[in-house]
Ligand binder design. Sequence first.
Ligand SMILES: [Fe+2]
Ligand SMILES: [Fe+2]
Length: 417
Amino acid sequence: MKRRSFVATAGLVGLSPMATSQDYSDYTKDPRPDVAEGAWTAGGPDGPVFAGSPVVSGPAAEDICILQPVQRLATGYLEYAVEGGPWQRVDSDNVGLAPLAEHVLKFRLPPLPPGKWIRHRVVARTAGWIKVRQFYHGEFKVGEAQTSEVSRFRTLDHGAQKTLFVVWNDTHENSETLKDLNLLTNDYKPDFMLWNGDQSNDVHFENQMAGQFLSPGGLAIADKWPLAFVRGNHDCRGPAARSLVDFTGTPGDRFYYGFRSGPVAAIVLDTGEDKPDDSPYLSGMGTFQKMAREQAAWLNEFVKTDWFREAPHKILFCHIPLWFDHPRIPGSKSNVASNIRDLCGPTLVEAGVKLVISGHTHDFLWMPKKEGQPISQLVGGAPNPKLATWIFAEATSDALHLRMSKLDGTIITDVTI
Ligand SMILES: [Fe+2]
Ligand SMILES: [Fe+2]
């Protein structure tokens, strides 16, 4: 045994504290001592940094996050400007550290004024380390600054007389459906878009997540209006599911929250998995009952918020329906979020929520309220382009007009509440 190895080993079994401190001259402790000097040991050389369009998430003006997909290890900052004002810089810091990420840069903006046009762009540089002598991460290197194209969106406004919104769900990475939904949405020009879960076919690898949740197929889905992200059961599955907050920008990085746009006050709840925590299919990895109780406690307080109480239209968005008695899909327990319904239902009813908008079933159904179902519910969405639907809605203080159509424009549901 070499002397240095012996010292380190001896340190582990409790000799002097000095013996345990790292000896920086000891190359045997650097990983991969066979790596040649000058080789990239993290990141890589300069090259194109951006990978698709940014996503503006929130969606409330006071909760905006902008996420920029990148294609190599990069650092950077965001610039935004209110209307014609000067550019202002936003650094995303992590206990004092600038961001350094391989797939996405995420920036949380300060509260923005309502109803204003916001321009935004990202300045980013590739970053990485090369090996110098025995030092594995010896020298830090950054590439040339690259600036993304300027996009703009308008912040939501509690006081707006009217609001337009669009709902997608259960797109499950179907590129044809996503492309058509994006065309329809661009024509409609909503104030916000809500993606109501099952964006993914499970979350396998972080290097696929920007394509799943931010810029599918390179589409710019939410750089011109803010996105309200809702988690579906498939987005809870897979080894990378715990990285979802890096690729989404919800208030407080939670998947339950509220926001207001003109006459609409929205609640988003996370219905989690479609199986109970003790299901053998979850292998003990679900703690959704605890999360449901947390949501119920949050909801009890949230519904007292003035801007929520005063809104003419109160809507709950959640991936799995709260009720389901579909004639074509009878008796499926996994199509009902019964835990959330039991814990949150009475609060929602008492708070005056008049509509639930859900997905998950890959089938469509308008369910007006009735005995045993105290809130009307609209269910839609599917990955297959022939079955896919979207919802586009217009709300004034007097009426909430909802339409659900297929991708070819065939209207399936047209209701005014
Ligand atoms: Fe689905
Ligand atoms: Fe689902």
